[in-house]
Design a protein around this ligand. Sequence first.
Ligand SMILES: Cc1cc2nc3c(=O)[nH]c(=O)nc-3n(C[C@H](O)[C@H](O)[C@H](O)COP(=O)(O)OP(=O)(O)OC[C@H]3O[C@@H](n4cnc5c(N)ncnc54)[C@H](O)[C@@H]3O)c2cc1C
Length: 479
Amino acid sequence: MDVARLKSIVGAQHVRDAIDELYVYGADASVHQAMPQVVVRPGSIDEIREIARYANSELIPIVARGAGSGMSGHAVPLKGGIVLDMKRMNRIIEIKPDDMYCKVEPGVVDDDLNRALKPYGLSYPPSPASSRIATIGGEIGNNASGIRSVKYGATRDYVLGLKVVLADGELVDLGARTRVEAAGYQVHRLIVGSEGTLGIIVEATLKLVPLPKFRCLSVAMFDKLEDAGESIADIIASGCEPSMLELMDDIAIKAVNTTLNMGLPEVDAIIFFEADGKVKEAIDYEITTMQEICKKHNGQITATSYDLKERTKYFSGRKKLFAALAKYKDGYACTSLADDMAVPYTKMAECARKIHEIADKYGVIMTAYGHCGSGVMHTKILMNPNDKEKWEGAKKAVEAIYDYVDKVGGVTSGEHGIALSKAPAWKKARPDLMKVMTKIKKALDPNNILNPDKLMDAPDDWYTATPIRYMIDKEKTAG
Ligand SMILES: Cc1cc2nc3c(=O)[nH]c(=O)nc-3n(C[C@H](O)[C@H](O)[C@H](O)COP(=O)(O)OP(=O)(O)OC[C@H]3O[C@@H](n4cnc5c(N)ncnc54)[C@H](O)[C@@H]3O)c2cc1C
């Protein structure tokens, strides 16, 4: 690695190769860990082009990185090489309120963009729960979505155009500024969700929508998870258009109560549903219809409000769930394995029950919650990461979950993407897709330098073939 050359491209202060920094850049929010040889923080498109040209000629891997909040090892540089930290490129280039789009650099943080859009009465809605830190580049890389995607869709629905540096350093301008474009391959849409394997996004043109004038949130409690599941399926089938429809199971409720003292009733399931829009009467109608559906399935409506403060209070248990799970039990880690499958609406409750059964069978703690309005079921595996037996149990639990998901016609990832942890199950489930993706990858990155060994090229066994962060820590402590 010619570190001096990289320094000459971006400036010495923007190149890092101290061991402690490399260690930090070797991890994301997943269980995986692998150190890069160098971290480079480019400040311009030209710098990125030059870095790509150099890396391509020397066959050095490049892993683009936003905030590193991916949950499956997306930004973990499995083959070492260069981590390209995109956070210096964080300019909002322009906001065009009349044309309803904006142009941004990839390092812009989602919440910062939405703060800048607010005075125009506009929003960029596919925001993930990590919007406080997640960058637009990382969201595009993962095709991120979030609590409001049930109504507003995922990142792919909002990317109108992209400027991308290809593996050989060529800069291409893809897509359009208009809402529609009929001609040709929609290559910019292909880049969305490509997890840094096809090109480095250096500019994005994003579709915007007006901020809703009103929002109303309601909460329903259920003594039986199955009743909550049927309510979710009926709400969607009723033609209602919730702007949020979220589920929490009993373990999730217990987690926020014990670690954050939330005081939620310890029922079998809670659903949160919201409607938004310009006309209050229309929202009242939607909320009332959803409430009636919940009541029909033995749900008890415990709260309803238009007020921002109250809505925030009611929803805070769900909002803080990830943090609560991380603190669930001393010495336990909250791992994002098999964490975001999507199943048909009618299988939601069955899927949650199945998760509990599988957890019991393999001796780990698992919770079921998620953006059920979009069909996404989240789970986390909680366990003592220093206990090898628990890892074996977790591995079997992951396999059992994906076998079930496949059987009921679900998909491996409805939200967070594939990267490393989910690749084995995904590859097994989608053989035809693997063939086509492999051809596309070869055409765009023949030397395989862009985030190698991810998606279809990821190891078939995430557990033994990819370094596990907690295990590395343990070895270090032992040594
Ligand atoms: C607490 C928590 C909550 C979360 N909630 C959600 C959620 O609700 N919904 C959801 O979808 N995800 C969620 N995530 C996962 C993650 O935060 C999102 O997917 C987010 O979009 C990743 O953004 P990032 O900037 O951290 O990207 P990174 O993790 O840095 O990168 C993600 C991928 O994009 C690629 N990439 C980054 N920048 C570029 C670029 N400029 N060009 C090309 N490729 C690039 C990377 O190589 C990598 O493959 C959550 C994570 C955490 C920790």
